[in-house]
Write a protein that binds this ligand. Structure first.
Ligand code: MOS
Length: 702
């Protein structure tokens, strides 16, 4: 397999022209519109629903409540809405109105009167609270408690020691395409007990059609084959579209009561902030100890993050700390607290993003304490094998990322020496890692028709370029020109595949594509007949469980910090990555740059505020939830090692969708320290926080 073939996205012309339909754009004719009604109490019971005024609005077809909603089978706890009178968090869907137009539905929804018997809710996170508890496992695969050696002893006797508390806020994904779904129950749907003639079609936005297909079929007592999901184009996700959310359940329920009518909803930004998941906030305590040469003798990483009582969603925040550096002792632990708030979910590099902010800032503090250059400090603590498991690395080029990155960027710290008027200039570095997980096998099919090859599978292009890259991989494996292959993805009418999650698409789906292409040639030769087809599944090398697979990187940032306003400007950034074989430099560069852009955004702006009384998000739109704009992202460049990883399957590619965001806030914060001597341990670095920290630092220094 070769890599490094530059190709523009095959769907770019359609997207630029506005002709690639997103979920809300497939069905217009005859569609009815749903408007959800969200709970206004954090916890309690619905005592009465008065729908008289709502029903009187012209065009209203249905008021859906727990009293008339179709019964569903047990399903994901997040999706058990409209089942009972119980309210579990403020913003939970408690009713919905369906009308001929979206305006009628929204207006009628505003007139629906819901009375509650509110109960005392726990909505304030408190890391020191009495109800804080420890966790045994995190995200099923990470240890809740990990200990290797006498950490306390090493910290107590250390030559150099740094420790600090690092906090990260709640973040929301806000992909450019909002959550949207259209549901249509075809005739036969009105009969009892889901006969085989029943069919349900969902035009949906998701990271993989298999998720809504399986979940909705299960809830409504259908076979997966009775649920068709159509999702050819997705306008971004970042984790929020990995699993269905309550609005999908409500819409499918409403459509079931209105068979033959497509029922659609597109959530508003505030509705997305209320019930489609988020990155949970963290409070982290990190302590590092080192000998005189800067070699780590202790790493201690304690994580606190609150969880929703609906599902205990916890990111593996200390995950990267298990494997990033060599150290003679190591400890990680997690504590949590149950709150009556909406549940969190995956958000780009869940865990690594928050954890590496703390660890990589602490490493910079250690560099300062020991007087060792921050790149050199990381090189000195490079582990020969995975410190957690003792297993060898499948490949690990952190050293190259750091040294090549520093050279290409021109990394040279200023140590509070460089100023331009009110602006203080500095540079920072941080490393990045992201595990390469096995999310299970995918199937791919290759078909020859009309002198062209079609590779089809349920894969999803959430903006990554997967549609383009999968066709490139197929073309290579078939030995035909790239423009002789089309990828057909984003539909349940294709072989089953895992969702676009965990940065696994290119190597996981890609492996299935290669295997299917090889099977095709074996079965049909070089001159196939029209309609010839073959299929195969993902195949990873024997013994893959004996190695640790991760993508790596190093970020370099140059910032200017205003002593007047406290504003931080990221003047330029460079990232150098170990992403295995790079299949398409153009789409890969976009993935890395996209991750870095999101990292800048998280470092400087993104923060969801909760009302402490009710636990709901109050800045649930893009006026209140700031994301980086063009003017904030000035000069980004990336490079990579490009060495294939023999343990990643036929492509030799590592996943790169997430590693690009990891470590970015630390690199920026470390650059702020280099510029000003002010250490920032709380994200995001807003002007107010910067000035406050600056004043505190100077107050201490005086
Ligand atoms: Mo993505 S956060 O791997 O769904």
């Amino acid at each position: 397999m070769e890599g490094a073939r530059d190709r523009t996205r095959v769907d770019a012309p359609l997207k630029v022209a506005g002709l690639a339909p997103y979920a809300d754009e497939h069905v217009q004719e005859g569609a009815l519109h749903l408007a959800p009604v969200l709970a206004t109490v954090a916890l309690g019971r619905i005592t009465r629903i008065d729908d008289e005024a709502a029903r009187a609005v012209p065009g209203v077809r249905l008021v859906l409540t727990h009293e008339n909603a179709p019964r569903i089978a047990p399903t994901l706890p997040t999706l058990t809405v409209l089942r009972r009178s119980r309210v579990r968090y403020r913003g939970e869907i408690v009713a919905a109105v369906v009308a001929d137009s979206a305006e009628q539905a929204r207006y009628a929804a505003s007139l629906l009167r819901v009375d509650y018997a509110p109960e005392q809710a726990a909505t304030r996170p408190d890391p020191e609270g009495e109800d804080v508890r420890e966790l045994r496992r995190v995200m099923a695969i990470y240890p809740g408690r990990y200990r290797d050696g006498d950490v306390d002893g090493a910290l107590a006797g250390a030559t150099h020691r740094v420790e600090g508390t690092y906090t990260t806020p709640t973040n929301h994904h806000h992909p450019i395409e909002p959550h949207a779904v259209t549901a249509l129950w075809h005739h036969g749907a009105g009969r009892l007990s889901g006969p085989r003639t029943t069919r349900l079609t969902l035009w949906d936005t998701n990271q993989g059609v298999i998720a809504p297909q399986g979940v909705i079929a299960g809830a409504f007592g259908l076979l997966p084959t009775q649920v068709e999901v159509v999702s050819p184009y997705i306008g971004g996700s970042f984790g929020t579209k990995g699993v269905p959310h309550p609005h999908t359940m409500a819409t499918v329920m409403a459509a079931k009561l209105l068979p033959g009518h497509p029922v659609k909803v597109a959530l508003t930004r505030p509705q997305m902030s209320a019930g489609t998941g988020y990155r949970p906030p963290t409070t982290q305590r990190v302590a590092l100890a080192a000998d005189a040469d800067g070699r780590l003798t202790a790493i201690d990483h304690q994580v606190y993050a609150p969880v929703s009582r609906v599902i205990p969603w916890m990111d593996p925040t200390a995950g990267p700390t298990l494997s990033m550096y060599a150290s003679s002792t190591r400890r990680t632990a997690y504590r949590t607290q149950d709150l009556d708030i909406a549940p969190g979910t995956f958000m780009r590099a869940p865990g690594e993003y928050t954890g590496m902010f703390a660890l990589e800032t602490a490493m910079d503090e250690l560099a300062h304490a020991t007087g060792v250059d921050p790149v050199e400090l990381r090189l000195r603590n490079e582990p020969g094998a995975d410190p957690e498991s003792g297993r060898p690395w499948s490949s690990r080029h952190v050293t190259t990322c750091l040294t090549e990155g520093a050279r290409i960027f021109g990394f040279e710290q200023q140590r509070r020496r460089r100023r331009e008027g009110e602006w203080w200039i500095g540079q920072g570095v941080a490393a990045a890692s992201f595990p390469q997980m096995s999310m299970g096998p995918s199937l791919a099919r290759v078909t020859f028709a009309d002198e062209r090859y079609v590779v089809s599978m349920q894969a999803s292009d959430i903006g990554t370029g997967a549609r383009t890259v999968l066709a490139q991989i197929a073309a290579q494996a078939l030995g035909v020109p790239e423009d002789a292959v089309d990828a057909r993805i984003g539909t349940t009418d294709a072989p089953a595949a895992i969702i676009a999650g965990g940065s696994t698409g290119t190597f996981g789906w890609g492996s299935a594509v290669v295997e299917a292409a090889h099977a095709f040639r074996t079965e049909h030769g070089e001159h196939p007949e029209e309609g010839a087809t073959a299929r195969a599944r993902t195949r990873m090398p024997q013994g893959v469980r004996g190695v640790t697979r991760m993508a790596f990187g190093a970020h370099f940032a140059e910032v200017a910090v205003s002593e007047v306003s406290g504003k931080v400007r990221v003047r330029r950034m460079y990232g150098h990555f170990d992403g295995g074989r790079i299949m398409n430099p153009r789409t890969a560069r976009s993935q890395f740059i996209g991750g870095m852009t999101m990292g800048i955004s998280g470092a400087l702006f993104e923060e969801s505020y909760r009302d402490p009384r009710f636990g709901h998000v109050v800045n649930g739109d893009l006026a209140g939830y700031h994301v980086a704009a063009h003017a904030d992202v000035v000069d980004l460049e990336v490079g990579w090692v490009g060495e294939p990883d023999p343990w990643m399957g036929a492509t030799g590619a590592k996943g790169i969708g997430e590693v690009g965001i990891v470590g970015v806030p630390a690199a920026i914060g470390n650059a702020v320290f280099d510029a000003t001597g002010v250490r920032l341990r709380e994200l995001p670095f807003t002007p107010g926080r910067v000035l406050e920290a600056w004043e505190a630092a100077e107050g201490r220094g005086a």
